[in-house]
Design a protein around this ligand. Sequence first.
Ligand code: ATP
Length: 420
Amino acid sequence: MSRMQGEFNCCQRVRSVRLVCRQTTSSALKGAIQLGIGYTVGNLSSKPERDVLMQDFYVVESIFFPSEGSNLTPAHHYPDFRFKTYAPVAFRYFRELFGIRPDDYLYSLCNEPLIELSNPGASGSIFYLTRDDEFILKTVMHKEAEFLQKLLPGYYMNLNQNPRTLLPKFFGLYCVQSGGKNIRIVVMNNVLPRIVRMHLKFDLKGSTCKRRASKKEREKSKPTFKDLDFMQDVQDGLLLDVDTYNALVKTLQRDCLVLESFKIMDYSLLLGVHNLDQAEREQQMEGSQSSSDEKRPAAQRALYSTAMESIQGGAACGGSIDTEDTMGGIPAVSGKGERLLLFIGIIDILQSYRLIKKLEHTWKALVHDGDTVSVHRPNFYADRFFRFMSSTILRLQVIKSNFEEEKKTMLSELLDSTQF
Ligand code: ATP
């Protein structure tokens, strides 16, 4: 064997060992999460329902899972681990507020294998999705978990005042400790159900500095585009009727104010666009595939946290109002008049405006125009984000409403002129 060939084989081996390691770590992590959540939710059910108290936000429950099992925990095939649950009673309250029953939460997270999303973000976080599309799990850094804990009382206050929100819905915060490592996981709502084909996907910040999807990203089968891509490719924006536009923009405005008050920035609007007309064309081309393939199973509807519910108060106000046809998406129209459904949520909010961010801004502002970099003062960030979303991305369907008005006027004039 040549030296080169030997090195190649060696590299291949290292790569496959790494892959096996990663897969093993990932499957051990998934297993630990499922065992841990199963235990903690079960344990909670024995505690009586009561109002959330201030001290509930600071509670951390911890349980050891030896692989041979204990009188509290089952035996398992993973290395020993400790599972921590942050603020269990407070999160139970949040889940209840969002209409999620303990049994459904348990079933979604613990009964089916979790699906790992391949390489979605730049931060190196691992993302898992529950098989039923309901929940997304993200590994977060120590600072982010700490920040979420501090945020909880304010988050609670905000949810009570304003259930209409596109902010992430946090359902749980956990930590798996194993082999001297701490892996913190946050459970949130999944904004983009896999069951709905997203024809376009954007991660928008309202900044134009370096906000274009990379060549590598564009080559993916389902790329996530950015602000500059939207401005170039969707020049007419997404058109909404007046009521939907007002509800959505009002929700965004309130959310921005809340984020600013928490000194949060660098968040994104995650936007998935399902083009109903394109889907119909695709279906015709694909032939026999039934359109019902893309509809959510009825059993999931009651607890699904949808974009439409987020702007109308849905589950949190005690009722789901979206229909079968919209699949929880927000109806809109493209500049060409094609019927769209929008799937929207604000993501990545666990960034506080710390010293490091300030330094990053000062440095970037020297290199670029200070107003276009995405790392900014929270009030400026919120203002720019809101303006961009409510004018460049989302727009009023003025022409259609004018046309309807004109039609009404013409009709009444016609009736007037034809009165006997
Ligand atoms: P970055 O550092 O690039 O901001 P990150 O690792 O912090 O990335 P996020 O920005 O939170 O990760 O998310 C990265 C991607 O993961 C998003 O563009 C989106 O495709 C997916 N994602 C994140 N949160 C959700 C969610 N709640 N629902 C559906 N998809 C999500």
